[in-house]
Design a protein around this ligand. Structure first.
Ligand code: CP
Length: 309
């Protein structure tokens, strides 16, 4: 197979195993390209991409922009905070106005779950979901799996625990889908209040003891507590959360084996992870960020190939 089964990247749940393999093989090539002295290829000289961010972002926004520029696409950046959205313009009007400037692809982060799916039904452009509320963050999950594959040789058969605020996390859901498609075993670990009630229906194991979870896994993906999505208190205090669900060096060194530590960012140092763990040899946090550019180049390139046909 040399093309994706989808015309948009709206979520991992719409992909199949062959799609992920194609994205990773293409990302391998782009990773080699971006490590050359000349990091740019002319592949998308005739493609215009709009990055629409209705929610804050550092890594995803910069990574998409860099990926697009490395592919020689023309890039438009839109941030809702400085836009006419503040004057009451709707999402579809905003996007259709941008598309009338001959835009081929839209990368969108939005606080509403399903915003990308909605848009894909109403506008003529290829849509990439850069995070929709607490729903999915597909390129994050792809770069996470790509980083596990790079570090451990493959994702298949690996044991991955996702630790922290699973309830409010789009990274968790996309990772669960992506890891399972590739044959990994997945566990979630966190306070009961931050684990969705029916998560076992997704075929993941649930553990509330962090030491047990870490002793089980090959990889721990540490998530931030998303205070901005909480209207009530889900645990007694940050100090108590850290005592039960934070990874520190003493805990890491006391395990039977060396596990790989991941974090999608932004990190709350001293809450879910201490600095000596985040900056340790076991951490691949900055590799994840670096791999994000190659993986996003692959996704954009493969979707753009379908537009050109
Ligand atoms: N990982 C991630 O989505 O980070 P940003 O919110 O900074 O884009």
């Amino acid at each position: 197979m040399s093309e994706l089964s989808v015309d948009h990247l709206l979520g991992i749940k719409y992909l199949n195993k062959a799609d992920i393999e194609l994205i990773f093989n293409t990302a391998d090539h782009f990773k080699e390209v971006i490590n050359r002295p000349i990091k740019k290829v002319p592949s998308l000289r005739d493609i215009t991409i709009a990055n629409l961010f209705f929610e804050n972002s550092t890594r995803t926004k910069l990574s998409f922009e860099l990926a697009e520029k490395r592919l020689s696409a023309d890039v438009l950046n839109f941030s809702s905070a400085q836009s006419s959205v503040k004057k009451g313009e709707t999402l579809i009007d905003t996007v259709n106005n941008i598309l009338s400037m001959k835009v081929d692809m839209v990368v969108m982060r939005h606080p509403s779950p399903g915003a990308g799916v909605f848009l894909s039904k109403h506008v003529k452009a290829s849509i990439i979901n850069a995070g929709d509320g607490a729903h999915e963050h597909p390129t994050q999950a792809l770069l996470d799996s790509f980083s596990i594959r790079e570090k451990l040789g493959s994702v298949r058969g690996k044991k991955v625990v996702i630790v922290g605020d699973i309830l409010h996390s789009r990274v968790a859901l996309s990772n669960i889908y992506a890891l399972q498609l590739q044959g990994a075993e997945v566990m979630v670990c966190g306070p009961k209040t931050l684990i969705p009630k029916f998560i076992d229906k997704l075929g993941v194991m649930v553990e509330t003891n962090l030491r047990t979870a870490l002793n089980w896994c090959d990889v721990a993906n540490m998530l931030r507590v998303q205070n901005e999505r909480m209207d009530v208190s889900y645990f007694p205090s940050t100090r108590e959360y850290t005592q039960q669900f934070g990874v520190n060096k003493v805990l890491l060194d006391s395990l039977d084996k060396d596990i790989v530590i991941m974090h999608p960012g932004p990190i709350n140092r001293g809450v879910e992870i201490t600095s000596d763990v985040a900056d340790s040899k076991q951490s691949i946090i900055l590799d994840q960020v670096q791999n994000g550019v190659a993986v996003r180049m692959a996704v954009i390139y493969l979707l753009a190939s379908k537009i050109k046909q």
